[in-house]
Design a protein around this ligand. Structure first.
Ligand SMILES: [Fe+2]
Length: 365
């Protein structure tokens, strides 16, 4: 590394002879400024911003130690290296000077070669220090930039994942000939019920996002069965009962909490509290809470929606049906909670109500 010919050096010395010698030694190679006393040096140095200061210790008015102390207190000059130039030779003086933040000590009388060598060494150190600081800044900038890019990518990834889930939910609706409003309503019901149950907000939000995929497995059910405008035979029911397993298989085992929740909901939304549900006949608390919640939300919406073979049930009749199913079909703790949040449920129902021409054509399966 070169010491850069035009590095700036600031000499503070009250003896003109010394200044002359230093100018002669350094002047040809460096840009040298001079002050004859400490006060002037303190005024000039902040503007001048030298790369190195040669500071005489013994000066009238303000000695070099005091000048050094003040330079080190000023944020504008704190980092500029200082070399003391003095006639004193005792080692405690050197220790004291170095303790004030000076980088070196040159004792008078000095040889020009020694001054030049020390100055060059310290300028090189100073330039290396600045290069390092500069590199660090660049590195920190890059780290900041990469972090920002990464978090933008994460947001994009999360949005993409949500969109795919919505689209998959839509795919099942097309197949089922439903309007899309059913999954919206039942997802809202599920979230409200989850919150009433005491589920933490983030998990309830994930359930809300996952619930639209509960019937994704219907993609794998033949239309002849899925869209049959009459009651199903036992064999057809057997096929129909395959849709939770198909749905869980479509979603697969994923590390994402959202997709894992969607898989659990798809697999368990037809399980019943008393163990008579499908596909696995799970009982009570063996049914994941997400599945128990979605079961209530899904059935309530099916009951209160018009189907080709029935009108929409009045709310009180649907509520009575939930109460009747508490402890057999449904988790008995969830039914009273659902009833307690009925006003909010009905608000959702009103916001996302079916229009006459969009009535669903399949029974609840
Ligand atoms: Fe289903």
């Amino acid at each position: 590394m070169s010491d850069e010919p035009m590095s700036r050096i600031f000499v503070v010395d009250d003896t003109e002879t010394n200044i002359d010698i230093l100018l002669e030694t350094l002047g040809a190679r460096y840009d040298v400024s001079v002050a004859l006393d400490g006060q002037t040096a303190l005024e000039d140095i902040p503007d001048r911003q030298p790369d190195l200061i040669l500071l005489d210790v013994m000066m009238p008015e303000m000695d070099g130690y005091e000048v050094c102390r003040r330079l080190k207190q000023d944020p504008r000059t704190r980092a500029i290296p200082v070399i003391f130039v003095t006639a004193r030779q005792e080692s405690e003086d050197e220790t004291f000077g170095l303790g004030l933040g000076a980088v070196d000590y040159i004792t008078k009388p000095f040889s020009p070669a020694v001054v030049l060598a020390r100055v060059r060494t310290h300028l090189q150190l100073e330039h290396a220090r600045r290069d390092l600081a500069h590199s660090n800044e660049i590195l920190e900038d890059r780290v900041r930039q990469r972090t920002a890019e990464l978090s933008a990518k994460n947001v994009e990834l999360e949005e993409t994942r949500l969109e795919i889930i919505r689209r998959l939910g839509r795919a099942a609706e097309y197949k089922d000939n439903e309007t899309g409003l059913h999954v919206i309503r039942m997802s809202h019901y599920s979230r409200l019920l989850a919150l009433a149950y005491g589920m933490e907000e983030k998990r309830a939000e994930i359930l809300f996002q996952a619930a639209p995929m509960h019937d994704i497995g219907k993609i794998g059910i033949p239309d002849l069965i899925l869209l049959k405008p009459a009651h199903l035979t036992d064999d057809e029911w057997k096929v129909m009962r395959g849709h939770p397993g198909i749905g869980a298989g479509i979603i697969g085992k994923q590390r994402s909490l959202l997709l894992e929740t969607a898989r659990i909901v798809a697999l368990t939304h037809h399980e019943k509290w008393d163990g008579t549900g499908y596909p696995r006949g799970l009982k009570g608390h063996d049914i994941p809470i997400e599945g128990r919640i979605v079961a209530v939300a899904d059935v309530f919406d099916a009951l209160t929606t018009r189907r080709p073979y029935k009108d929409a049930w009045p709310i009180d009749k649907a509520v009575a049906m939930l109460q009747e199913g508490a402890g057999s079909h449904f988790d008995p703790a969830l039914v009273p909670l659902f009833i307690s949040i009925l006003p909010a449920i009905l608000e959702v129902r009103e916001s996302w109500k079916e229009h006459e021409e969009e009535v669903v054509v399949t029974e609840f399966r």
